[in-house]
Design a protein around this ligand. Structure first.
Ligand code: PLP
Length: 391
């Protein structure tokens, strides 16, 4: 018998990938499926970025790069953060990683062990909890409440910190809710964290460029008082429609940077060289594709929210960021997971049940509006018909 470690009995996953597989199967059987399940832009990566990768391959960038990433790319990340937020980040604290997920993997491995507690948003990205469990640490959910716009409450978050808390995971704009934590609340949270200097913070800002209604993204990098214990997670996947390229970056305080670099050397060595040149073109080239994409998400957001609120028993708060809606379906008489499953099997609409994002996700389903307006309207019509017939 093989003896795989106990940790693998505790590791979870992302149900979005299972839903995607089922939706693909049904489509292969000839069913007409509209996929509002998966969290990735439905746009192609802008052409000048693709060209940069092809050029890098032609130019002979075929070997290992430094484990931390090529220097011009780390410098471009630093310049981009300065341009967007006016913050100073040394290129030597920037680590290029194969996807935003790898930053959370590293950060949670650094702080998680039996006896430690890690705070994370619930409902939230499922990998936070999965990785916390993997390390043997205790996952402590911070509830993201509909009544609070699915944002962090500084008071509630600070109240969950104990002497065993090692890491606090933040995410705004948020998956799966589209919630954005207001600046005033982040100010309060950071002020309160002064009382807990031993708690590290990982801020997942992968949806930073996707905010709506003129709302400006508030980065945690803007608070000098926590910079010595802040890990920033960001990347190219969502902003530049590059989920398949596996390109992310993180910003680390100095001692943690060394630890992260060693993890890189011990696992993937470096990120695909040509993809790094693509990432460089993304940051230094024209940004209109990003603006156009966000404007299109904004238009769809309005269609989704209006359509959802017209469905029997469904109510949806207007998401302020990312590209997800998280409607409350409690009044439909359905539980969230059976509803998501029935919508896929019977109505041909893929969504994700809220409980796949945590215990506080019951009563909700997640819809990604990274799909055409036409498909979104069709999906809403199908959902309406299904709910009328299955009360
Ligand atoms: N963080 C959040 C909140 C996400 O929703 C996702 C992707 O869905 C990621 C991180 C991971 O992004 P990547 O594909 O770059 O690993």
């Amino acid at each position: 018998t093989l003896h795989i470690t106990d940790a693998f009995g505790r590791i979870g996953e992302e149900n979005a990938f299972a839903v995607l597989a089922r939706a693909t199967d049904l489509a292969a059987q000839g069913r007409d499926i509209i996929n509002l399940g998966i969290g990735q832009p439905d746009f192609r990566t802008p052409e000048h970025i693709v060209e940069a990768a092809i050029k890098a391959l032609r130019d002979g960038h075929h070997g290992y790069t430094p484990a931390t990433g090529i220097k011009p790319l780390r410098e471009a990340v630093s310049a981009d953060l300065h341009k967007r937020f006016g913050v100073d980040v040394s290129p030597d604290s920037v680590l290029i990683v194969p996807g935003g997920k790898v930053t959370m993997f590293m950060a949670i491995l650094m702080f998680g062990e039996p006896g430690a507690e890690i705070l994370y948003p619930d409902p939230g990205f499922p990998i936070y909890r999965s990785m916390i469990e993997f390390t043997g640490a205790k996952p402590v959910p911070v509830p993201m409440r509909e009544s609070n716009g699915f944002a962090f409450s500084a008071e509630e978050t600070l109240g969950l910190i104990t002497p065993r808390t090692r890491l606090l995971i933040l995410n705004s704009p948020a998956n799966p809710t589209g919630g954005v934590t207001p600046k005033a609340e982040i100010d309060k949270l950071v002020a309160g964290l002064a009382r807990f200097p031993d708690v590290a913070i990982m801020s997942d800002e992968i949806y930073a460029q996707m905010t709506y209604d003129g709302l400006e993204h508030q980065t945690l990098l803007a608070y000098p008082e926590i910079r010595d214990r802040l890990i920033l997670l960001d990347g190219w996947s969502k902003t530049y429609a590059m989920t398949g390229w596996r390109m992310g970056y993180s910003v680390w305080p100095k001692p943690l940077y060394e630890a992260a670099r060693k993890l890189a050397v011990n696992s993937y060595s470096c990120v695909n060289a040509s993809a790094q040149y693509a990432g460089l073109a993304a940051l230094t080239g024209p940004q209109d594709a990003v603006r156009d994409m966000v404007a299109e998400f904004d238009r769809r957001r309005r269609v989704v929210v209006e359509g959802l609120n017209a469905l029997p028993g469904v109510s949806a708060v207007t998401p302020k960021g990312a590209f997800y809606a998280f409607p409350n379906i409690a009044q439909t008489g359905w539980k969230a997971k059976p509803l998501a499953s029935a919508l896929l099997e019977k109505a041909g609409v893929a969504t994700i049940g809220g409980p796949d994002f945590g215990v506080h996700g019951e009563g909700y389903i997640r819809l990604s509006y990274a799909n055409s307006t036409e498909n979104i309207r069709k999906a809403l019509a199908r959902m309406g018909e299904f709910l009328e017939q299955n009360k």
